[in-house]
Design a binder for this molecule. Sequence first.
Ligand code: ADP
Ligand code: MG
Length: 364
Amino acid sequence: MPAKQDIINTIAQIKRDHPGNLMAKYFDPDYYNSLDDTPRARLEKIIATGVQNPTSEMGAYAMHPDDYDLFAAQLAPMIREFHRIPKGTPIAQINDWDTSATSCDLGAIDPALRDVSMRVRVARNASTFPLPGAMDKAQRIAFEQVAITAFSELIQTPDFGGKYLSITPGTPHSIDNNEYDARVASHQMFKDMSADKYLNVAGISGDWPHGRGMYISAAEDFIVWVGEEDHLRIMSMQTGGNLNTLFERLHTGLTILGKLLPPFAMSDTYGAIASCPTNLGAGMRASLHVKLPNLCANDPKLTRITAEAKKLGLAIRGAGGEHSGAGKGGLLDISPSARLGVTQMQIMQRLYDGVAALWKLENA
Ligand code: ADP
Ligand code: MG
């Protein structure tokens, strides 16, 4: 690790060159210098990804659930800015999964939206293990075994069934490279994390592919990733129809898994604890894969659509996930940005209202 003053100088330079790097924006040299060796080393590990990747949007990953309280001086202002929680307003997570009062049927916006791919996932981490950036190989493998035990019960539940597919080499559940590639191509499985520079620096992709895998339900509409950016990414996926059904399936599966797994790391302030501060709170990202060819025409960097989406509280990703470009025919991933201080219901409504507004612009 470079000397303290080198780190301070490097971050000052990033702050000038990359005003969007929230770690650099809120880094306070006085606070950093005030820390004893042990907590300072911990903070350095948390912010390493933003120091070594100046283009980071957030620039920090938590390594342990209590990092959010211990290093609030660095992390809380970043969290407020990303989730748009004004200074002075308390940070709090309120949950509301009751979707019964509203119907979010995409076909009601336009029948052309009936074949849109819908996905909603939540991040969850077990309180009994360090977060992925601080896990060693034995812990990654041990956590996968804990998850497999829970899945073996979920598989007995009639609405779920399904199977577990591991990419840990040489286990009874292991799949071959061809099946892994096919599952990635179908968006069911996560990509090779060892190719991700943001995750590498944070140690999150360490020991790849040990301790990694996915549960998939018999109908292939409920999936749980093990060992990606969080211990668990629990998701519901389906093509077309009603967001209500998508959200209800996630809630049911999450509730069942919550009883089968060790307690999740939760905070009174931040809700569900996640590796990345962007995923705190509901820990939820609800996304649609929609073709918006007009809004992204002649704009490979997606500048226009990103600006339009931002006004609606939405983020744009490429069809291959974060840091990818628009897919064939202008296929994009749109999702509400805020995940903390918003209820699950509000996220669903924001996505629905947002896609309706973008669709109107696209066809104007
Ligand atoms: P997250 O961080 O929410 O898991 P990523 O951007 O890392 O999302 O993408 C993970 C995978 O999920 C990628 O393969 C991406 O294409 C896929 N994905 C995201 N949204 C959808 C959707 N609505 N339909 C199908 N696949 C999706
Ligand atoms: Mg991701």
